[in-house]
Write a protein that binds this ligand. Structure first.
Ligand code: NAG
Ligand code: NAG
Ligand code: NAG
Ligand code: NAG
Ligand code: NAG
Ligand code: NAG
Ligand code: NAG
Length: 253
């Protein structure tokens, strides 16, 4: 790929008035390979075309092709995960492999022809599946967490409980959602936490030990008491037998 020294040439290429413009929103899963096609009949007679990539906290990156000179140029493009499998006349697909959270942004494909100019834009949103955990905490509540998802996940419960839901935004743009619940109805023995997210829904269940304790504790206590009593009884029996045996021996001696 040849890099032109002149910024002004590039500015002319990308500032030409747009006649037809289409923008689509795309959600993709993080760590996958993403293809952004730029197919248009106008490409066949394009004088020039360019990809403009606008990401947060980065200068705009431009990759352009000029047919009359059969030359490509690029500026501010430093991310080697974004490649342009460039074949003039047929293929202007932009490839991102693997896609990361930092690839959230705008990707525009501009085609300049004598008949008019075309712009195909993509608003790319990179999604991350949250990690789901469900546990019972010491204070008689059950906590369901959807960790580091993007966008934020939705948490719902079956049966519905008395819940407090909190969100924590992490530095990398992911969100942890935590729902803490308790159930006043002592009949409730198993609860389900459902996490709905664009990347797929997940459900987990947990048995409330609260119910288990009230049912089984008295029985267990009784067993412990019986066991302790029996042990003491046995010990006394052994000691008595021993003393008795000693006496008999002493008597014989
Ligand atoms: C390259 O980045 C600078 C700012 O850092 C910006 O002014 C310039 O327009 C960018 N070039 C292109 C072709 O987008
Ligand atoms: C344009 O340049 C590429 C190499 O950069 C070459 O393979 C191709 O044949 C050229 N096409 C034309 C039409 O000159
Ligand atoms: C364009 O290139 C991509 C990646 O190399 C390929 O998957 C796709 O099939 C190509 N499309 C056409 C129309 O050639
Ligand atoms: C119970 O514990 C969870 C986590 O361990 C906490 O988030 C929640 O605020 C606690 N609830 C009460 C009522 O103390
Ligand atoms: C985002 O940040 C959190 C907390 O630092 C981390 O656990 C998580 O793996 C990060 N996610 C991605 C996709 O980088
Ligand atoms: C508790 O459960 C039993 C059987 O599952 C049901 O018959 C009863 O109505 C429930 N009680 C309450 C208060 O929900
Ligand atoms: C996930 O759950 C939501 C609401 O709970 C539902 O609208 C959506 O269809 C579910 N998605 C899948 C893939 O099951």
């Amino acid at each position: 790929m040849h890099t032109w020294g002149s910024t002004s040439t590039l500015a002319v290429l990308i500032s030409i008035i747009i006649m037809v413009s289409v923008t689509v929103s795309w959600s993709v899963l993080v760590n996958t390979k993403v293809m952004l096609p730029c197919h248009h009949p106008a490409l066949l007679k394009a004088d020039s075309m360019a990809w403009v990539i606008i990401l947060r906290d980065k200068p705009p990156c431009t990759r352009a092709y000029r047919r009359d000179k059969n030359e490509t140029l690029e500026q501010n493009c430093t991310d080697n995960r974004i490649t342009w499998t460039f074949r003039p006349e047929q293929n202007f697909t932009l490839q991102i492999d693997p896609v990361a959270i930092t690839h959230d942004g705008y990707y525009g494909c501009q085609i300049v022809t004598t008949d008019g100019n075309f712009l195909l834009g993509y608003h790319l949103q990179v999604s991350v599946a949250p990690e789901v955990i469900l546990f019972q905490s010491k204070n008689e509540t059950v906590v369901c967490k959807a960790i580091a998802g993007k966008p934020a996940a939705q948490i719902s419960w079956t049966p519905e409980g008395d819940c407090v839901t909190e969100q924590e935004c992490l530095d990398n743009g992911t969100v942890t959602v935590q729902s803490t619940c308790h159930w006043a109805d002592s009949n409730v023995s198993t609860v389900f936490c459902s996490v709905s997210h664009w990347t797929g829904n997940k459900s987990q269940s947990i048995e409330l030990s609260q119910g288990v304790r009230t049912l089984k504790s008295p029985m267990l206590n009784l067993l412990i008491i019986l066991y302790v009593k029996f042990s003491i009884f046995l010990a006394i029996l052994v000691i008595r037998t021993f003393i008795c045996f000693q006496r008999i021996n002493g008597f014989r001696a």
